[in-house]
Design a protein around this ligand. Structure first.
Ligand code: ATP
Length: 284
């Protein structure tokens, strides 16, 4: 389907082991989403409806999108992504149409996961919105959620960092009636995330990921990913003087010795600011 391909074609598949520090959350999602998508007959046999909607809330960059992708991938389900602000920006009437189309395509490609990022921008509290277009979009989303039959094998996962800002009607039973809080990672979580993002990286002997995890209080997954990238760039800068810019390729003896060192990480740490520090302070 066009919508999915446009969003997905360039992305590699993500698995549960590409997500750090969210073990319990993964277990919860597997039970809520993967199990019913994989074995709908279990739930039919027991006469219970599996959840149709799950709301993930937590600060930006904590892995919500990656998590939804991983659940889809590991459940062998098709994945459809709706970006809240993007769909809101469409021309009058177009937003609802796009939303309907995604749900239609998801039904056809089932089992499916529809992921709505930044749902608060699509479905703010109706009392607080003035625009007619916004009200219609919330109403459309409610209609689509209500229209999802459990047999249809589609689960909607939505993400927000402002759960208090979304329309209460969305959180009623049969809609987004499950909520999972995704917090800022603790030291152990940061260690896991650093491990994931340095997996394919040659590291110098003195690189100590445990100590890096201790030093990165307040960093979310996206910050830690930025940190490892920045450290790698430092490593490249460091070997630049050994390159002859007329050469078309890097000489093997330079390439072989290239690794990311402790010093590269220390320089990088000064550059990357934890984006979630505000949230951390609020929670503390
Ligand atoms: P937003 O709310 O801003 O969309 P998000 O919570 O959906 O953020 P992602 O888009 O999933 O966050 O994460 C951004 C990037 O940060 C990921 O592609 C990944 O590289 C890294 N990342 C975030 N969280 C984790 C994590 N728990 N484990 C590993 N990598 C992570």
């Amino acid at each position: 389907p066009e919508y999915q391909e446009a969003k997905d074609a360039r992305r590699a598949d993500v698995n549960y082991d590409d997500i750090g520090g969210l073990g319990t959350t993964i277990d919860q999602l597997r039970e809520m989403v993967e199990l019913p998508l994989r074995y709908p007959e279990l739930f039919q046999r027991l006469g219970v409806d599996p959840p149709k909607g799950v709301l993930l809330h937590g600060p930006p960059g904590t892995g919500k999108t990656r998590l939804a992708r991983a659940v889809a991938n590991e459940s062998d389900a098709s994945f459809f992504l709706i970006n809240g602000p993007e769909i809101m920006g469409s021309a009058y009437g177009e937003s609802e149409k796009k939303l309907r189309e995604v749900f239609e395509q998801a039904a056809k490609a089932a089992p499916s996961i529809v992921f709505i990022d930044e749902i608060d921008s699509i479905a703010p509290k109706r009392g607080q919105v003035t625009g007619e277009a916004e009200k219609r979009l919330v109403a459309q989303l409610l209609t689509l959620m209500d229209g999802l039959e459990s047999r249809q094998n589609t689960v909607v996962i939505a993400a927000t960092n402002r759960p208090e800002a979304i329309d209460e009607a969305l959180r009623r039973p049969g809609r987004f009636d499950r909520e999972i809080v995704i917090g800022v990672p603790d030291e152990r979580g940061r260690r896991e995330i650093l491990g994931i993002h340095t997996r394919g990286m040659p590291l110098g002997d003195k690189v100590d990921l445990d100590s890096l995890a201790r030093q990165t209080y307040g960093f979310v997954g996206a910050d830690l990913s930025a940190l490892t990238r920045e450290a790698a760039i430092e490593a490249v800068r460091r070997i630049m003087p050994r390159l002859n810019l007329e050469d078309r390729t890097v000489p093997p003896e330079v390439l072989d010795t290239l690794s990311v060192t402790r010093e590269d990480f220390q320089l990088a740490i000064k550059r990357v600011q934890p984006s979630a520090m505000r949230e951390v302070m609020v929670q503390a």
